[in-house]
Ligand binder design. Sequence first.
Ligand code: DAH
Length: 360
Amino acid sequence: MQSEVQALEAELLALIEKAADLGELEAVRVRALGRRGRVTELAKGVGRLPPEARPEAGRAVNALKGRIEEALLRRRAELAAKEQERRLAQETIDITLPPKERPSGRIHPVSQVIEEITAIFADMGFEVAEGPDVEDDEHNFAALNIPPEHPSRQMQETFFLCAEDEAGTPYLLRTHTSPVQIRTMEAGRPPFRIIAPGRVYRRDYDMTHTPMFHQIEGLLVDRRTHMGHLKGCLVDFIRAFFERDDIPVRFRPSYFPFTEPSAEMDVGCERRQGQLVVGGGKDWLEILGCGMVHPKVLAGVGLDPEVWQGFAFGLGIDRLAMLKYGIADLRTFFEGDLRWLTHYGFSPLDVPTLFGGLSR
Ligand code: DAH
């Protein structure tokens, strides 16, 4: 019995050592300790021995079983560790690889155009400023040289709120981004060079008007600023924005209470099969309002107009988006239709930059 136990132990331990993975080890376990296993069979044999030989043989077989179980456990731990190491090595993630699929979210054309315009003006040294959507009469009108009863208040159909300020004047939804000019000049010291994108509100609704839309305001204040600076800046802007160097541009005299002189900028365009195409052609399309900041506006925020001059401009973001990307109806911008956004939207990974391309 003794020599049988020894031979079997040597054989089984060799098999355990040889098992290359957890599956093979399990097969060895069944072969040794299973219901028909070699050790199990040996234990059965003990019952067939003469009674005086059984205790010793029984102890020997039990001890063998214990040692085999122990060897199995040790080998199992070894193989499990090896298996984990193999998986860790195999499952590393290379984060420098490009993503497999295009992300499904899309950037709205309004957000895209804000990014594009911001990239252009940031390159010229402008900073982004912000103001509140809910404004007071002072910032939206009075400080911009639009006194009460002034006819230019009717240029813009205003949404008034029920809440009033201390003077009993109702708060309102800003009708343009121009109040950010005032807030910027009140809060800091010149020189100023800011653009202010944001939502504005007017009572209007048709193919080219929605009650909420977007503008970008621009303001530059410095010593000896003149109309030439305004023109150069805006001509460079519009050509960068439409990504064409040959866009015809003209400035037409106009009127805004907060600028003197005031102008509107037109770009040359062409109507092709009902579609407006910017550049070339014989038609002109108004694109923005601008002018030299009115001396009264400067004086109102405590700046001496003899020392400081500035230019300002305001443009409609949605309209520029419609023009650049051929979208016919402004109202569709705000309907939240996923099919529309999938079609007209932009990839979140294509961030507009001047060096990498604005829209490509
Ligand atoms: N605030 C004007 C509007 O909404 C646009 C505008 C015109 C802004 C001339 C300006 C400017 O800063 O100088 O119609």
